[in-house]
Design a protein. Structure first.
Length: 433
């Protein structure tokens, strides 16, 4: 990218590439960036797992989109959102005033500017040459640059969470999963910020407590930067045999543990892992309603019985705002296999994370609608992926993933105290035994 384009960052664009100004009618506000970390009026203890605290406690919905009026808002809804309205009369989207008050640290912004000038794609993606710590292409010019941005957002470098997973049937009956998940995101470690990109992206470990049949199972994975060249390595400890075995393949449409087989591994965070089975296309930018500033949803006072209703979560706990998004489409390549023949991702321009996704089967029929409720986490001075909801439009059921409202503490972010030796086969043996 030439210097003139990169010079827009921090001016008409935010430091990571979002349009800084409002939209034409002001329904998307200008970026203020007035807060870095914890706002001055909020009481919050970082790095302890305190549940999110709402900096906008007095906000009320400006209006609601319902099954009776959604057609008037269709240009700002995804196909999956529209289908939710058609199928479920109880589905609502409460629309709040847009808020764009949080910013990234200046050090992150400086790395983003360097990446804008120097970063380049490598191989078939999602690797890149450039610098660690930020999305590498703040002013993207092609589909793979969008995908790389959402693969490498500025997220927590350590996360420790005890999460609940609800398999909600169309009748409202719930089957539970529970896991402890540890993540070490190498590329956003503070001491790695701004260093040249290495070969390892992240380490992860998952310990399963529920369902009972899977209790004691532990898995660990090492995520390379260049999945077109290097293989994702994964191991599993089986509590029955007390043995660790390497998994020959880990990713794609393999079932995600704890979800009763109803989510695929590459649906976590809406899309992850090797993108090579799909042809990717940039579909431009749109304005759509998506979950944003979702503090109320994640509060410690929320009870699962009140939140998890038949067909979808209780809209009273959700907050949607009108946002600008980049639209990224993946179509399954000829000769490759995956349960999803097509997937469409909607990336929030303010944080580059995928917020909404619609999934289609091999015949092209809309199958699932999913979204992640993000919020700005004061611990990491950036946006965090909270609860996510994956709706099966054929059965009427859904998976509520990454729940923590009824746990004593929420996600412990950026507390550190993790290193690569805590992951891999030897670590599994110690944890399992």
């Amino acid at each position: 990218m030439d210097a003139a384009e990169a010079a827009k960052l921090g001016k008409e664009l935010t430091c990571i590439g979002a349009e800084a100004g409002p939209n034409a009618d002001g329904s998307i506000p200008a970026f203020s960036g007035k807060w870095l970390g914890t706002p001055p009026h909020v009481q919050y203890e970082p790095y302890t797992g305190q549940h999110p605290v709402d900096p906008y406690p007095d906000d009320k919905p400006v209006f609601e989109i319902t099954s009776a009026n959604f057609d008037k808002h269709a240009d700002k809804l995804t196909e999956g959102q529209q289908e939710m309205f058609r199928r479920y009369p109880t589905f609502r989207i409460p629309v709040y005033e847009g808020r764009r008050d949080f910013r990234y640290d200046d050090k992150v912004c400086e790395v983003a500017r360097r990446n804008a000038l120097e970063a380049e794609l490598i191989g078939s993606g999602p690797g890149y040459t450039g610098y660690q710590g930020t999305p590498p292409f703040p002013i993207p010019g092609q589909a793979m640059e969008l995908l790389v941005n959402t693969t490498f957002p500025a997220i927590a470098f350590t996360e420790d969470i005890l999460r609940d997973i609800a398999n909600v049937q169309s009748t409202g009956e719930v089957f539970w999963g529970q896991q402890r998940n540890l993540n070490l995101n190498v590329v956003t470690e503070p001491e790695e910020l701004g260093k040249p990109m290495g070969k390892i992206m992240a380490y992860a470990m998952t310990l399963t407590m529920l369902p009972v049949r899977d209790r004691g199972s532990v898995s660990s994975a090492v995520e390379p930067v260049d999945l077109g060249k290097d293989k994702r390595l994964a191991w599993n400890y089986d509590s029955g045999t007390r043995r660790v075995r390497q998994l020959p393949i880990y990713g794609y449409d393999m079932p995600l543990s704890g979800t009763s087989g109803l989510m695929t591994i590459d649906q976590d965070r809406l899309m992850n892992g090797d993108p090579g089975r799909y042809e990717w296309k940039m579909l431009g930018k749109r304005e759509i309603y998506l979950p944003a500033n979702t503090y109320r949803l994640h509060g410690k006072d929320v009870k699962y019985a009140d939140l998890l209703k038949p067909n979808h979560a209780n809209p009273d706990y959700l907050r949607y705002e009108l946002r600008r998004v980049w639209v990224l489409e993946g179509k399954l390549k000829e000769g490759f296999r995956h349960v999803f023949g097509r997937r469409v991702l909607f990336l929030d321009e303010d944080n580059w994370q995928a917020s909404v996704s619609d999934y289609y089967d091999s015949r092209g029929a809309l199958w699932q609608h999913a979204f992640i409720a993000h919020y700005y986490a004061f611990d990491l001075k950036g946006w965090h992926a909270g609860n996510s909801f994956y709706h099966d439009l054929n059965t009427g059921g859904y998976i509520a993933h990454n729940l923590f409202q009824e746990r004593p503490i929420g996600p412990i972010l950026n507390a550190g105290k993790m290193n690569p030796t805590m992951f891999g086969p030897e670590a599994l043996r110690q944890v399992g035994n």
